[in-house]
Write a new protein. Structure first.
Length: 205
């Protein structure tokens, strides 16, 4: 599929790097080695090279350490002081700090180092193609019927997201607007892979 980059449609990536990573144990999973560099740096590097228009990095747990790890990236970093209350708080902080001219938000997880720049561009391109027809779509990527990440949500839902108090991300917003959900089928299993515990990391590496 050709990659389309309609520059009139602006997409802000909300890069979530604030979580407690409880299932990994005492270590911050984002700072663990992955091939030649850390998980978070590898993940962010692939996203930075994509056709997304801006990246908002949301920090929380061990924010100084993660910020130091990402010091080479000239990107906007914001702090979520209530990160312990769940992912949804980080999404809200990220969106609140995004460019007000953004048409959509790409919700990216900091622990998905296998997603390539090419895959991000496919997701962005497909969203832009459909956004030009329908300005309030929510795109969810799938591989063989399994839901993956990142999800792309129209800024039409900004107010609804900011008042959403459900802990598990923006799931309530997606569920409440399921008639607007676009299922984007991909063959790249990388959108299903994240690192939650030591076994996950062992399998991935």
């Amino acid at each position: 599929m050709p990659v389309v980059n309609d520059e009139r449609i602006k997409i802000s990536a909300i890069f979530l790097a604030a979580g407690l990573s409880k299932r990994m144990g005492p270590e911050n999973k984002l700072l663990l080695d992955f091939k030649s560099e850390s998980i978070v740096k590898t993940t962010l590097r692939q996203l930075e090279r994509s056709k997304v228009d801006e990246i908002i990095i949301v920090l929380g747990h061990q924010a100084p350490l993660v910020a130091k790890e990402l010091k080479d990236f000239n990107l906007k970093m914001v702090i979520n002081d209530t990160y312990q209350d769940g992912m949804n708080t980080s999404i809200k902080v990220g969106i609140a700090n995004a460019n007000t001219a953004s048409n959509a938000y790409l919700i990216c997880l900091g622990d998905q180092p296998f997603i390539s720049t090419h895959v991000y561009d496919l997701i962005i391109s497909n969203y832009k193609q459909h956004y030009s027809i329908d300005h309030d779509i929510i795109q969810v990527p799938y591989v063989e019927g399994q839901k993956g990440n990142p999800v792309c949500i129209s800024s039409f839902y900004k107010s609804e997201i900011l008042i959403n108090n459900e802990k598990e991300g923006a799931r309530a917003v997606v569920r409440n607007n399921k008639h607007k959900v676009l299922k984007f089928s991909l063959s790249h299993t990388s959108i299903l892979l994240d690192v939650d515990n030591p076994l996950d990391l062992h399998k991935i590496v």
